[in-house]
Design a protein around this ligand. Structure first.
Ligand SMILES: Cc1cc2nc3c(=O)[nH]c(=O)nc-3n(C[C@H](O)[C@H](O)[C@H](O)COP(=O)(O)OP(=O)(O)OC[C@H]3O[C@@H](n4cnc5c(N)ncnc54)[C@H](O)[C@@H]3O)c2cc1C
Length: 480
């Protein structure tokens, strides 16, 4: 069982971290005690913001001695309440945002050693200044930090070619729950000393320690990109188009995002200075991006594939961006969906994956299952079709009190979604993780073998249950 921090411990921490690294001021802490979607509100005994890994290790040792719980936090852009402390006010919020140094960029090796608090957009800029690119991006790039990206094994819009965070993490430095520093930053191509500890931290959601830095793979900056906004009749056609482009364009194909018209309309309603790329509406769109060294060759290749697709009736219309700023505008429409949807009102968010070929079936059939149980629900599925991952959001029926509906029926509606996903061989969390939002559903629906293995890892590394209690796996019952 964890304990509230004693006055002595709080004094020690305040002395250790100084005024920049320690606060109990409710106004300073308030923005960090609620998650991005405003779904979870917590309390903290203090917010700690260490400046370096030694301070993190000292904090963890002091907390372990008193069995005080720690909730690591980066940019607080996570979607499952993973970085929000509980309501007791006994936990300590450990913010990594002050640790925002890029320690090294090795241009020849294509590697960066980056502290946990570095914001993704900053990393993009720093890599670009060296002619390199960190090939992972997502809508929350202005807030999300390297520590959070590692800890959620984030995905985003370029996974198709470069994989999720796990594929880009070449090394990790972390403070373990007893305060020991694990230095696994060396980018070893071969290392067979048992379990892959680097990758254990990818997706660990702050439950087995604090990531203080990571070695990340960079790739050469693409000299050019070619972006197209394509009108389609259905997700089935989108999948056929994806397969065709994949075969024709190979490794230049970096992004393939599926967007229903309802999402585009929400963005146009709520996000200033946005406009539809095509003159007429289509039921679905694909946002496709190629990247490479020769812009003309990319455009030619994409134009010829899409001309053939138009001729075959596979796509209904297309706009190819004529400039970098037009590409940006297309991506802004995609990246603003979460914000626009938040402005539309409450919805149940599911971030799910199934094998790519089964995704159209899931998108087509799941709304009927929901409607049978809850008539009038509206479903939006958008996102990373190329990765077999969509954000599958269920809006309450029109005219009801959305929050009350979610409170009364949300869990049952989610169960319908997740059961269907599992029937199709998928996962109830493709990118955002489990956090507190999906913890109970994971415990209810996942296989006993997987749950036991997760529990064993957690208990083995954090036997006192000090790290992010109540997230990912349920808290261990106290010994009788
Ligand atoms: C508009 C928008 C779009 C998004 N799109 C995507 C998307 O396409 N794909 C995707 O994968 N995600 C997406 N996200 C979710 C979010 O950006 C990612 O989950 C991101 O990785 C969270 O980073 P963060 O620094 O904000 O972490 P936080 O939200 O602060 O924390 C997330 C989790 O990581 C833990 N954690 C944070 N830092 C550390 C650390 N240093 N050590 C140990 N544990 C730590 C926390 O305890 C928590 O469990 C989006 C978010 C927004 C707001």
């Amino acid at each position: 069982m964890t304990q509230p921090p004693s006055a002595d411990l709080l004094n020690h921490l305040a002395d250790l971290l100084g005024p920049k690294g320690f606060t109990r001021d409710p106004d300073d802490m308030a923005p960090w005690l609620t998650d991005w979607r405003g779904r979870y509100r917590g309390q903290a005994a203090a917010m700690l913001s260490p400046a370096n890994r030694d301070e993190v290790a000292a904090v963890v040792r002091l907390c372990a001695a008193e069995q005080v719980a720690i909730v690591p936090q980066g940019g607080n852009s996570g979607m499952v309440g993973g970085a929000t402390p509980d309501a007791t006010g006994n936990q300590l919020l450990l913010s990594l945002r002050r640790m925002n140094r890029i320690r090294d960029i090795d241009v020849a090796a294509g590697l960066a050693i980056v502290e946990a608090g570095v914001v993704l957009e900053h990393l993009h800029g720093a890599a670009l200044a060296h002619g390199l690119r960190f090939p992972l991006t997502l809508g929350g790039k202005g807030s999300a930090t390297v520590g959070g990206l590692v800890s959620t094994n984030a995905g985003g819009t370029q996974v198709l070619r470069f994989g999720t965070m796990r594929a880009l993490v070449e090394g990790v430095e972390a403070v373990l729950p007893d305060g020991e520093l694990l230095d696994a930053l060396a980018p070893l191509k071969k290392d067979n000393r048992g379990y892959d500890l680097r990758h254990l931290f990818c997706g660990a959601e702050g439950t087995i320690g604090v990531v203080t830095a990571a070695t990340l793979r960079l790739v050469p900056a693409a000299a050019a990109r070619c972006t197209a906004w394509i009108g389609l009749a259905s997700p089935d056609d989108a999948l056929r188009l994806l397969r065709r482009l994949d075969a024709a364009l190979g490794r230049t194909l970096e992004g393939f995002e599926l967007i229903p018209d309802a999402c585009l309309q929400a963005v146009l309603r709520h996000i200033p200075q946005t406009r539809a790329p095509l003159a007429a509406s289509d039921p679905w769109y694909a946002l496709v991006e190629l990247a490479g060294d020769d812009g003309d060759a990319l455009t030619e290749a994409l134009e010829s594939s899409l001309a053939k697709a138009l001729e075959d009736g596979l796509i209904r219309d297309v706009a190819i961006a004529k400039s970098e700023s037009e590409s940006e505008q297309f991506w802004r429409l995609r990246d603003s969906i979460s914000e626009a949807e938040r402005a539309e009102g409450p919805a149940l968010q599911h971030d799910v994956s199934v094998p790519v070929d089964r995704m159209p079936q899931f998108i087509a059939e799941n709304p009927a299952r929901l409607d049978a149980a809850f008539p009038g629900t509206r479903v939006l599925s958008f996102g990373h079709l190329g990765d077999g991952n969509v954000h599958h959001h269920v809006q309450p029926p029109m005219g009801v009190d959305g929050r009350a509906w979610l409170a009364a029926h949300g869990e049952d509606a989610s169960r319908i979604v997740y059961t269907h996903v599992l029937e199709l061989g998928g996962s109830i969390s493709a990118e955002h993780g489990i956090g507190q939002m999906k913890r109970d559903m994971l415990a209810e629906l996942d296989s006993p073998a997987r749950l036991a293995a997760l529990r064993a890892v957690k208990d083995g590394l954090d036997p006192l249950g000090l790290f992010n209690p109540g997230k990912l796996v349920a808290q261990k019952a106290p010994l009788a």
